[in-house]
Design a protein. Structure first.
Length: 86
């Protein structure tokens, strides 16, 4: 029996979107300045974990784009540069 494709709810893109939305909520809560010190520290720790999760998902997406690009045109191996993203 073949594996079923990932559903949108469990795909890396959905995971990224969910993590990014939660990170935005954490940042907004911290910016309001209504949290205690303990709550702020917990929010900061959660924010760092979410940031790392988002960063990892973006790196995976970049690798997939590179693989697809290389498969489509192996001679067009132009490395991604930060300045290209601006």
């Amino acid at each position: 029996m073949s594996k079923s494709p990932k559903t949108p709810e469990t795909s890396p893109v959905a995971d990224f979107e969910k993590a990014l939305a939660e990170l935005e909520q954490v940042v907004a809560a911290m910016e309001r300045g209504e949290q205690s010190l303990d709550q702020s520290l917990a929010s900061y720790e959660r924010g760092i974990a979410l940031y790392r999760q988002c960063q990892s998902a973006l790196e995976q997406a970049e690798q997939r784009v590179t693989l697809v690009t290389n498969a489509a045109d192996p001679d067009a191996q132009t490395p991604f540069r930060e300045s290209d993203a601006d």
